[in-house]
Structure formats: structure tokens, C-alpha cells
Design a protein. Structure first.
Length: 145
């Protein structure tokens, strides 16, 4: 079992995830037994962003440098230790968390933190920045100038 958990952790790091919580890295349910944060497709995320939702990037700096970011995304300092002040004050605003790809769980940890802090409209774009780019969506180079 330890080998399996270690393998998952190493794979997660290799795929560009930032610093997902141990529970998120193993696929465990949230510690407080709340429902999992719902997922949103790239197409639906794009529509939500055009309607005023915020993209929230939980990637590592190296993943951002390689792939860019969703335009106007909030760039988190950490996927699970970030300051809530990085998010909009209005807790009803849509937040779409993403990380590198379908194997990354940094967005899960970040979205769970927002959800348990009272944000009401939180989603995870499971396909991540890779899925966003594969769908032909625009990205912004990182670092931003």
C-alpha cells in the first residue's frame, strides 16, 4: 500500500501538479465528509468564464511557464495553503479551478479549500490547462508582464 501511495505522489509531481494535499493526492474524500467539488468541462468552463466566472490556476510555476495560463486566471501561491484574499470577496462568484491535466489533483485541494471556506459556486476543470489548450482555447504566457 505504501508503494502505491508513493507511486501516486511521484506521478503527481512528475505531471506538474503544485502541492496537492495528501488527501487529494490519494483520491481520498474530503476530511469533513462534504460532497466532492463538481467538475466542469472545458466548453462549459469557457462559457462560464465569458459570463463572469473566474479561472483559478493551481499549477506549479514550471507548468505555467511551459503551458501558459487561462487568460485572466487568478494565480494561486499554493494549491491548499493560499490566502483566501487571493479569491474574490463575493463568495457567490463562479470559481473554476484547474491544474495541469486529468491526473493532477492540485485543483481538487484548492477548490476544496474555497468550498469549505464558504464559496458557493466552485468547480474543477478536470482536463486542466492541457485540455484547455487541446480544445484550441487561448492561453496567456507566464510570467505575465
Amino acid at each position: 500500500m505504501r508503494i502505491l501511495l508513493l507511486s501516486i505522489a511521484l506521478i503527481t509531481l512528475a505531471l506538474g501538479c503544485k502541492d496537492a494535499s495528501p488527501a487529494a493526492a490519494t483520491g481520498a474524500a474530503p476530511a469533513d465528509n462534504t460532497e466532492a467539488v463538481p467538475e466542469i468541462s472545458v466548453a462549459d468552463a469557457d462559457k462560464a468564464l465569458q459570463s463572469g466566472a473566474f479561472a483559478v490556476d493551481a499549477n506549479s510555476e514550471s507548468t505555467r511557464e511551459k503551458n501558459g495560463t487561462v487568460p485572466n486566471a487568478i494565480i494561486l501561491t499554493s494549491s491548499y495553503k493560499y490566502e483566501l484574499a487571493q479569491l474574490p470577496e463575493d463568495k457567490t462568484k463562479g470559481l473554476i479551478f484547474y491544474c495541469s491535466n486529468t491526473n493532477c489533483t492540485a485543483s481538487d485541494a484548492a477548490a476544496e479549500r474555497a468550498s469549505t471556506s464558504g464559496y458557493e459556486n466552485v468547480h474543477i476543470m478536470r482536463e486542466g490547462i492541457k485540455g484547455w489548450k487541446d480544445a484550441g482555447k487561448a492561453t496567456t504566457p507566464y510570467p505575465r508582464s
